[in-house]
Design a protein around this ligand. Sequence first.
Ligand code: ADP
Length: 262
Amino acid sequence: PGGAETQAQNNTSMQKVKYAIAVASGKGGVGKSTVSVNLACALQRLLEEEGKSGIGIMDCDIYGPSVPLMLGAAGRPEIANDMIVPIENFGVRIMSMGFLIDEDTPVVWRGPMIMKTIQQFAQNVDWGELEILVIDLPPGTGDAQLSLVQTIPLEGAVIVTTPQPAAFNVARRGARMFDKVDVPIQGVVENMSYLETPDGERQAIFGEGGGAEIAEGLDTELLGQIPLDPSIREGSDRGIPIVISDPESPAAKEFTAIARQI
Ligand code: ADP
């Protein structure tokens, strides 16, 4: 009976979402949220060009819900008809545990409690009509992530990694997780791929080839390589993603090229 009920709730929340895609990583700090946020904004811009709208982002990262900050969104979401209403900025509908939990709550205490509520949370958001929902998963590939991807009907997943070959195992574990729930991996995004010096030389600060290697190992595409660029971090810190603030920058163009493949 529990299953049926879950399914029903699921339908209410995700009914008008045409396409849900998860952004995952084997570990934290690789830029998963940065990629999620910039992809959501790039997708929104692409839709806008077609005279359409309807992009959402769901931040499921409980240990560091950074999406609201990165998108300059704050406040408490409203509740209407027992559903949480997303907060919108840059034309993107945003929902995050960050809107709901107190920053001062200790992470050790939050963990187990929120892992349970996060599933409910995922089912109780009134997204309205959405073309694409980008879901920023918590970093890692453990049980919590697995139960989340089982809760949300996903069309595909994107794996974010850094270029060092050592990251291979972690990303592969992520891939197995999606395999278990029959969600196709749409590709790999390699982040912090290189630093471009003023004379145009590309320095491989974090090594090379990791993204391509993982994509090959998973039998999927390398969707793109995002440079290491201080303005990406600055944009996130001031709540205006680089795709919005500087759409002609190489990083923004790469995010847009990746969005086109989704
Ligand atoms: P994750 O979600 O994987 O934990 P974040 O997206 O929070 O990682 O990124 C971690 C930090 O690295 C943030 O301060 C972010 O601004 C920065 N960052 C991410 N990608 C880049 C990049 N390509 N260039 C510069 N800084 C980046």
